[in-house]
Ligand binder design. Sequence first.
Ligand SMILES: Cc1ncc(COP(=O)(O)O)c(C=O)c1O
Length: 387
Amino acid sequence: MSRNVKSLTELARPQVLGLIPYSPGRPMEDVERELGVDEVLKLASNENPLGPSPLALQAIREALQGLHRYPDGGCHTLRQGLSRFLGVRPEELCFGNGSNELLELVTRSFLGPGDEAVMGHPAFVVYRSVCQAVGCEIREVPLKDFTHDLSGMLQAVTARTKMVFLGNPNNPTGTCVSPTDLHDFVQELPRDVILVVDEAYREYVPRPLQPDLLRPIRDGRYLLTLRTFSKAYGLAGLRIGYGIAPVEMVEILNRVRQPFNVNTLAQRGALAALSDTAHLEETVRITEAGRRNLQSRLEELGLLCIPSVANFILVDMRRDGRAIADALLRKGVIVRSMEGYGLPTHIRVTVGTPQENTRAIKALAEVLGDGEAAVRSWNSAGERSAQ
Ligand SMILES: Cc1ncc(COP(=O)(O)O)c(C=O)c1O
């Protein structure tokens, strides 16, 4: 029997062809070589500028000897430690190769063609891509004042809605909703709609604004809250995140995950990072001070900052954001342009160390051609803040 040979594109699922591949950016070493600069400053992925906790590094070094063994597929030791740390039952925890993997697992477990998912716009791009990949319909609700419009999202829920995504704080805006509003939102959602609250930046949020999501889980709500070791814990390169959810949901996610999805070094490093409260507190402290400083310097340059509770700031450049990001790159500073998020005049800047923030502002002032005055004002403010 003769058969027409189909191309791989013809064989691929249409939902997959509709996906835009994630663009991870070029390696920093590449950019350094091309620009001839000693050190590129990367403020584009909301990483921890202090680096990993020394305790995590020590634990990772000790774990190297055992790399010929498969990882602990149930993350047993980390599960016990995290359960004590959070005050949750070990069975209420699930682990992923970054919280990104958990976003994928939850959509693959529950969503398919004919289902709908509700999310804000702009929000973290991965919510959209994981939903698209499983062929479910996406209902995007525009943010209001750069913050999730919870009543708009409730209105977008239909009989076909199975899942709602809420980044809190939201990426790329850095805004969060109040715990009371979130509590009311949870109560008003139909009980069989799964709410995914992505708290990748929770550790940076001032305590009074951190929602208690354990209570609704105990009350039987279908809620999955996602956290990560990639941001405040400084372990983005290890790829480990976790979720807290009702036991029944964790059991379902465990059916679709690969048996050894979290590697040994990640498990050991994460547990040690969890115990390093000094490193976490220092991270939060320099981020908060840096964000405040960065914001006022940006405003002195005539730019508009969206008030953020995370480790990054969304900035309206009031001109082509992509052109600004490109010009900054030529000066060795990498920030994220936001055209892909539908914000063509914005850029997103991660808060760095005081020295890094100074360098970024100087570069930006030069790019804006805003001259010496801005640079001088930054220098003197930088010196004041370093004291
Ligand atoms: C809102 C949000 N959620 C999840 C992630 C993914 O983090 P992880 O490194 O844990 O996969 C990110 C990373 O940028 C993020 O910004």
